[in-house]
Design a protein around this ligand. Sequence first.
Ligand code: NAP
Length: 527
Amino acid sequence: MNHPHLDALVIGAGFGGIYQLYSLLKLGFNVKLIEKAPGVGGVWFSNNYPGATTDTASYLYRYTWDKDDLQSYLWANNYLSRDEVVAYLDHVVDKHNLRQHIRFSTEMVAADWSEAAGKWHVKTDQSEVIATTYLVMATGVFTRPNVPKIPGMGTFRGPVMHTASWDNNVDIVGKRVGVIGCGSSGIQVSDAIAPIIAELHCFIRHPPYSIPLRFRPVPSSERSDINSRYNEIHAAQLLSKLALDIGEPDTKTLSVTEEERQQTFESLWRDGNSFRFKYGGFGDLASNAEANEEACKFLRAKIRSIVKDPAKADTLTPNDLFTRRPPCDQGWYEMFNQDNVFAVDIQETPITAIEENGIRTSDGKIHELDIIVLATGFQSVRDNGINGRGGVSIGDYWAEEIKTFLGIFIHSFPNLFMVNGPQGPFSIAPVTIETEVDFISEMLSYLRNTDRVDAVVECTLDKETEWVTLCGRSADTETLENTVSSELTSTNIAGAKRSVIFFYNGLKQYRNHLQEVKDMEYRFLLS
Ligand code: NAP
């Protein structure tokens, strides 16, 4: 890197990092971006498993700030494949000449706040130290794959691949494949590979409620209609909770007759998409256990009506509430009607070991396999080598619970900002990211324009505590998350402590909180 002394260093070339780089360059800051992968995409770059697809509509899964691009960059189907997302971000980077400011295959290994210099010293795996006034972590929450500790993992004679590090050189055609985990990644990869492999063994601990995605081509008339309404759609997103462009009705599930309720559920199932199902029909499915149970009854009946084998249906049917982050599928339940697709209930018969020939379960059975896929998700990142005031690491600071102000700032970590980090709003990624990046960029611009470039930006402990409390309260009132272990509470990993990962009151309220801080001229942030 030619400029080791920077105004800002951005880490990560996903949606957040690319927009942050663009915004700060536009404001005239001396800024660079480093990315550990050899290409753009962030989480989409590494998650290149077969079937990787967005479950946010294509027309919303893009930046809103490039109005020309909104009109002209084509998308063919209602959802984007992983390759299309990466191609789109490549296009943006090239169109706006950002590549010259990005260094790929460069990983941040540590960052230390220097009190004396008032800067971050960022060490990379290229044996260099970059000094920067501001450090923007645009690495998201899904960076470290969760690889379960299963005895004998190293003894398996075939490939073991996590969905976040898929090896395209491995030939899966005609093979016996075991997939551990059935969140969005496990379901997507299973749906995609089932037609071409010899046997699929899905190892299922908590079966999710999965809703059909209803993937389809989008006719040009529909695209023209969306193009003509983009400004209107975007304005409505900013005033909504989830920014999903689904209306967010507030009808109570139990306020309608049984017949009306079933009709609504049926039409939501037919339209597809789990978020639409959860939030697009009734206003209280996500937060009221009684209402939620009505959806569960409908979905359990759906699963049993599709899956013909009662034993498989038992394994695939959840008993708990419809509250984890819901996956979308392209034939997940139908697939189990094939004789060569097996559902292994690992609540009933847990995995005891991985052996040379496959996976052994507690009933003594060996499930013979050629390839094992770990679709076991991610650890929420608490320790990432960042050391703030007094050398305290984020890992230590968050040992008991994750604590932020607005999901952007952490007390004791001056001039450090997170984009799409924990405790930001629970709403779809691109527009959430734009909201956070715009806030950061405006704040830095304000400091420069008011001759306060030397001011240190750090949230007060009081504000941080207040925000964590607000996030906790939002989880209590807006969700049923506390009833299950989930990545949404950071309890998907054995032994992990419960933390609130989102601000669940939604984007509109989140933006109001940001506006308040702006209106007070960033008072709680400047020393
Ligand atoms: P995930 O949602 O955390 O699911 C992990 C799965 O692995 C769960 O079924 C979990 O079971 C299972 N698992 C974890 N450890 C296990 C163990 N030791 N033994 C057996 N099973 C184990 O992970 P993901 O599917 O990779 O998704 C990660 C995030 O990315 C989610 O938010 C997801 O929705 C998102 N994502 C989105 C898309 C998209 O369409 N936009 C695509 C992929 C991923 P338990 O439930 O029992 O813990």
